[in-house]
Design a protein around this ligand. Structure first.
Ligand code: SF4
Length: 92
């Protein structure tokens, strides 16, 4: 249904005939961790996430999995090899 609150005229799954069904009946603004994300959109001079109603909840337990500015690729750490142990392993 089309939103009649923050994202006026934008399709939203939380919108019902009785109004916004999300907690507090309105979307919540972005949090500092969102800065740099391409999903941020300005509505009525405030910044909101285009796809999530409560950005703070998304960051509570770690990085937001929908963020465009956070890489989820883990950087491999180089393992130090002890040359003495390595030579013993190769000799069998
Ligand atoms: S997708 Fe995540 S990081 Fe990006 S604006 Fe929404 S809540 Fe913030």
């Amino acid at each position: 249904m089309l939103c009649t609150t923050v994202r006026n005229n934008v399709e939203c799954p939380f919108m019902t005939k009785k109004g916004c069904s999300y907690e507090g009946n309105v979307c919540k603004t972005i949090v500092p961790q969102c800065e740099g994300c391409a999903r941020i959109h300005e509505y009525s001079e405030k910044f909101y996430c285009q796809i999530l109603p409560d950005p703070m909840a998304k960051w509570k337990t770690g990085n937001c999995n929908m963020a465009t500015h956070v890489s989820s690729i883990k950087v491999e750490t180089k393992q130090k090899i002890n040359p003495i142990k390595a030579s013993k392993r190769s000799k069998g």
